[in-house]
Design a binder for this molecule. Sequence first.
Ligand code: HEM
Length: 361
Amino acid sequence: MTSSTDRSAGLMHWLDERLGLQEAWKFAQKKQVPIHKHSVWYYMGGIALMLMVIQFASGVLLMVYYVPGLQAAHASILRINSQVDFGWFFRSLHSWGANLLIAVLMVHLFSAYFMKAYRKPREFTWYTGLVLMILALAFGFTGYLLPWDDVSFFATKIGLDIASKMPLVGEQVAVLLRGGHNIGQATISRFFVIHVAVLPLLTLGLMGLHLLFVQMHGMSEPVYFKKLEAAKRTYEKFFPNFLLKDVLVWLLAFNGLAALVTFMPWGLGPEADPFAPAPVGIKPEWYFLAPFQFLKIIPAQIGPVEGELFGALLMVLFCCGLVIVPFFDKGDSPARAKTATYYGVVLVLAIIVFTIWGALS
Ligand code: HEM
């Protein structure tokens, strides 16, 4: 007669032969998390992951009732807000969650940057991260139009007008996204498909790669920590020690999010009227305020070049620093390391200053 222990050992053996469980367990056990005064930043990626899961889950629920139609979009959101059980909660969760996710991603990006986690062997972790940041902003941009209220309509119009100014492909991309020269049904359909199908698929694939790279290379160590003698460098296991702390942080972050969702439910403006004049002081979401404000202060014409085009190119060029940094600052030149740090500080300050300036003006 076989005991239950034998049976479960047998089952594990059967599964292991087919799924390589032991190998996976060894791979999971490999990761250790360094303990030092900057360890707090190691929680940011995990919070982003938790928020991403919330975005996927709440987004799927919203899709059940949202209708991507010119006449129906706004009404369907009104219905979600006022008639569907817990509809207001999940809509508010999705909208607040998106904002929090982008804020956390910015912190994650810059904390990884200042810890110099882009250096060898983490270049691909860095690049998959950069693309994930762009995808998160694209989620924000495409999702903003879907409720079809006046602010979302005009903010999208301004965004696409700016995109159309980009050299070579700008106009074609804007026409493709709009589905013509005006924002209408074709635009809602395209934004909807991009928001619920294209971006999620790309994000899932890239997130898988990003997390695989993190697991392969382990957590990066700050420069000063690496220089400590071996006895002074302490680590903890990722499974289960750090993961349990991660879960605690997720619970705290989720409580903060739930408080925002409940006490400050996300609003909905009046239905968009494409023929009405733009409401005064129209502004994009906070995460697009910095580029928006920068373009506003650029003169209409700079020499032979249109001001907006000049400003947009300048910003793209400036942000290219994030792309070249893994090859510029490889860790073998203190002067380059310093330059990279200064560049990061200037970029962060510029984003903060222009965002606050945009919000106040
Ligand atoms: C959906 C978006 C993202 C998710 C879910 C995510 C998730 C994670 C997780 C769980 C970690 C390990 C823990 C940690 O270091 O915080 C990590 C590490 C890392 N992430 Fe992300 N991340 C995302 C976006 C980004 C972005 C935008 C960047 C920057 C361009 C980035 C760059 C990195 C780097 C360089 C590491 C390694 C950090 C180290 O070894 O110290 N990630 N990410």
